[in-house]
Design a protein around this ligand. Structure first.
Ligand SMILES: *Cc1c(COP(=O)(O)O)cnc(C)c1O
Length: 233
């Protein structure tokens, strides 16, 4: 949609597309959570998004997220929001991340999982996490190789203060979203494998502004949409 539309029009348009994509796949639209990616977006625009009913927000950078999350939490009358960390998490930032985020989508090593477990224990919290899976051979991107995921899942299950809630991926950017489909399908197949190991109800965090409909057709339960909601960053 063009940038001169209002936020509510854009969000309604996205909800409609989410519904159609879900129905095409024989799924219920309620299975899909819209995460508004608010990185580089000022608090005023985030407040507008809250006003039109959005409750899940994704941030990539801890520094940037701190103020936004504190502002939204300090206001006692404010609606309860869920904050999702979707950017790479460095080990020296784990303490901050665990204090701030409801869900961490970018778990990419057992070491990181153990650090998260440690700080979550100190806060008396169980940190919800998703494993970021690297499906294409792009060494610029972080993520776990798919064949390493089953072992990582079992190791995470042994941690008392980390709860594995799903898998996440950032496929290569391709102009034609149809070409990304195979990556989404692979992540869904990996979820099936893990389901077979006894881990049920795992989320699939996949799909961004350019390809969320294809992701939903392939099983996404969380789509991370920035530009299509807020306009160009
Ligand atoms: C920025 C970002 C998004 C949102 O991308 P848009 O194309 O603006 O929708 C989603 N996921 C991750 C991991 C991102 O970094």
């Amino acid at each position: 949609m063009p940038d001169n539309t209002s936020l509510i029009e854009r969000v309604n348009h996205i909800y409609k597309r989410i519904s159609y994509a879900a129905m095409r796949a024989g799924r219920s639209p309620e299975e899909v959570k819209l995460i508004a990616v608010s990185k580089h977006i000022p608090m005023t625009a985030i407040e507008q998004a809250i006003d039109v009913g959005l409750r899940h927000f994704g941030e990539s950078y801890i520094q940037e997220a701190v103020k936004k999350i504190e502002t939204s939490t300090n206001d006692q009358s404010a609606t309860r929001l869920s904050w999702h960390l979707i950017g790479h998490l460095q080990r020296n930032k784990v303490r901050h991340a665990v204090g701030l985020f409801d869900v961490i989508h970018c778990l990419d090593s057992l070491e990181l999982a153990r650090d998260i477990d440690l700080y979550a224990a100190r806060l008396g919290k169980v940190q919800r996490v998703l494993i970021q899976v690297k499906l294409a051979d792009e060494h610029t991107k972080s993520g776990v190789d798919p064949e390493m995921v089953p072992a990582l899942v079992d190791n995470i299950a042994a941690l008392n203060h980390v709860r594995l809630e799903g898998l996440m991926t950032i496929p290569p950017y391709l102009d034609n979203p149809q070409e990304v489909r195979l990556y989404f399908r692979q992540l869904n197949q990996l979820r099936e494998t893990i389901y077979g190991m006894g881990y049920k109800d795992l989320e699939l965090s996949m799909g961004m502004s350019n390809d969320y409909e294809v992701a939903i057709e392939e099983g996404a339960t969380m789509v991370r949409v920035g530009t299509a909601i807020f306009g160009q960053r």
